[in-house]
Design a protein around this ligand. Structure first.
Ligand SMILES: Cc1ncc(COP(=O)(O)O)c(C=O)c1O
Length: 372
């Protein structure tokens, strides 16, 4: 019998997204190239203004990446040697990496079994006199239980830095992420994110004018003037080309999130009773950066789908506390059972705004075939 050939269905479709914006993006790129002004400048200022508006935040500072955003906020809070910063193990390494880079100690806590986000009950057991900040992560765009976290941090003057790398446009208690009472909210515009640049980029938003000024200064070598430096900073600025591109894409962000949310809802409806999904946080609305099923047969399902050309992903396969890079912290397997189980069971499915009905139907059909 002739073998059936399946067209590849990727986890995401960046060329498809580019097609939609090409006509608008090319002239703005040309304008920046002709201007001779490639670092910061009017394009960046305009995007910062518009992104602050999108987040209902007072201040926005464009940065060179999501990692840099997190790093700059820790630097702005003067967090360093002897300080502890609490985060979760089921995140991208950048969240913990920056804590080590400023000389502080990452402390992990476990996640909620339903939402897979930071569990305030576990967080409570990890707070010490040395805790200076908490970095909760809105995993896959699903907002964390901010109230549960604020209840533990506000009276102790522990700063909250939201890792919103995956959560542009998500909502918690009806308010968009970026507009709650954390000290800082950090975004990534890595190309795969819901709002992605054509390279690395990020942003920090805050309501605090003093902190905003320090982050801005730190992102530009602690400059007061061209060659006068009041702080030790970094090259953490946003490029003009990326700022101009992001501004074009920002206009479509709500539409793209809506489309992704619709597809994510379709997966959940059609696979209900067959697959488990991560629960959305109470009073939360996910931005659906990623949609994942949870299954004890994760690797088997991934290989099965691949045989039909369907790409899947795992976000993330090895929790940070058992990664070689963090061995020096002394954690071991078994320390965070919920995060560890999650890492073994999670499988991200193709999800993008420009998905085709027949592709998602094929994915659903193959998952059903796998189980039934
Ligand atoms: C949860 C999380 N934190 C931080 C980052 C770092 O962002 P960037 O890749 O822009 O440095 C990412 C992006 O990959 C992320 O997903």
């Amino acid at each position: 019998m002739k073998k059936q050939i399946f067209k590849k269905i990727s986890l995401m479709d960046l060329p498809g997204q580019y097609k939609e914006v090409e006509k608008e993006v090319l002239p703005v790129v040309k304008r920046v190239l002709k201007s001779g002004r490639y670092v910061m400048g009017p394009e960046v200022a305009e995007f910062e203004k518009n992104f602050a508006k999108f987040c209902h935040a007072k201040y926005c500072i464009g940065t060179s990446s999501g990692t840099e955003s997190l790093l700059l906020t820790l630097m702005a809070l003067n967090i360093g040697l002897g300080d502890e910063v609490i985060t979760v193990p089921n995140t991208f390494t950048a969240t913990a990496e920056v804590i080590v880079l400023v000389g502080a100690t990452p402390v992990f806590c476990d996640i909620d079994p339903k939402t897979k986000n930071m569990d305030p009950k576990s967080l409570k057991t990890k707070i010490t006199k040395r805790t200076k900040a908490v970095i909760p992560v809105h995993l896959h765009g699903n907002p964390v239980d901010l109230d549960g976290i604020y209840k533990l941090t506000k009276s102790k003057k522990i700063a909250v830095i939201e890792d919103a790398a995956q959560a542009h446009g998500a909502r918690y208690k009806g308010k968009v992420i970026g507009s709650h009472s954390s000290e800082f909210v950090c975004f990534s515009f890595h190309p795969v994110k819901n709002l992605g640049a054509f390279g690395d980029a990020g942003a920090v938003v805050t309501k605090n004018p003093k902190l905003a000024e320090v982050v801005r200064k730190l992102s530009n070598h602690g400059r007061e003037d061209h060659y006068f430096h009041s702080l030790v900073g970094t090259t953490g600025r946003l490029d003009a080309i990326q700022g101009a591109i992001l501004d074009v894409k920002l206009k479509r962000l709500n539409k793209w999130i809506k489309a992704k949310s619709r597809w994510a809802g379709y997966y959940k409806k059609k696979l209900s009773g067959i697959c488990r999904f991560i629960e959305t946080t109470k009073s939360g609305e996910s931005a659906h950066h990623v949609v994942a099923v949870l299954t004890s047969r994760r690797d088997e399902l991934s290989v099965y789908l691949k045989s039909f050309g369907i790409e899947t992903g795992v976000h993330y396969p090895t929790p940070l506390h058992i990664q070689p890079a963090y061995k020096f912290l002394g954690y071991k397997e078994g320390d965070f059972p919920i995060a560890e189980k999650y890492a073994k069971e999670t499988l991200s499915l193709p999800l993008y705004a420009h998905m085709k009905q027949k592709d998602i139907d094929l994915i659903i059909e193959k998952i059903r075939d796998f189980y039934l």
